[in-house]
Design a protein around this ligand. Sequence first.
Ligand code: 13P
Length: 256
Amino acid sequence: MPRKNLIAGNWKMNSTIPEAVVLAQEISNRMERDWLELVDVAVCPPFVDLKPVKSVFEFDRVDIAVGAQNVYWEPKGAFTGEISIAMIKNIGCAFCIVGHSERRNLFGETNEEVNLKARALIEADITPIICVGESLSVRDGGTYLDFVTAQVRAAYAGMDAADAARTVVAYEPVWAIGTGRTATPEQAEEVCAAIRATVSDMFGAEVAESLRVLYGGSMNEGNAALLLAEPDIDGGLIGGAALKADSFIQIVKEAC
Ligand code: 13P
């Protein structure tokens, strides 16, 4: 069965509640309902915006999913400042980003924590979007495939094939995030194919063939079509271009 593209907007730390509601409403207004038969669409706003954004989509009866950008794996308790999986589940999140490079690099998130988060999310039937990607120095050093596939192996440690089948991977080269320097379709395809091969090696060809591997890093309405045309790229995790309804909608259209 062909894989359905997934276009997910990562709003990062942008948008107060009123701003988030306006953006969600614009996205809903401009989204042709037919496109949503052909492509899955999600937005991942900050925690405080999740419920208001979800409410906009529910009120409009539009099939746009909502996801969180992070979560903590413990069920509850004395973890000041953290948000549990039950909390985002209760809001209706279908997805949660884990291991974004900004969390790894700015907040010290480790491969082990990414694994704990991904496994706890799967248990709660929320799809983790597992982010991997190399820095510029790793790319220039030529070891990027080893680096990224090691991140993939660590993220999936201890999972079985059924668990792995309920995940999404996003390849986000750090040097392409927010820099305007997009990976070429060939560069992105090389790593996305290596990710799929790693998942195939760990869990078998069937899981690997059904796995969605997204590309993220300065994806926009101008470069999305060529990236999405690559055989192992099944969608995008969009940062800056997801903050404007115009560009986000154009990318969704390209993914149909
Ligand atoms: P940009 O699209 O702004 O480069 O961000 C990509 C990203 O980090 C999505 O998670």
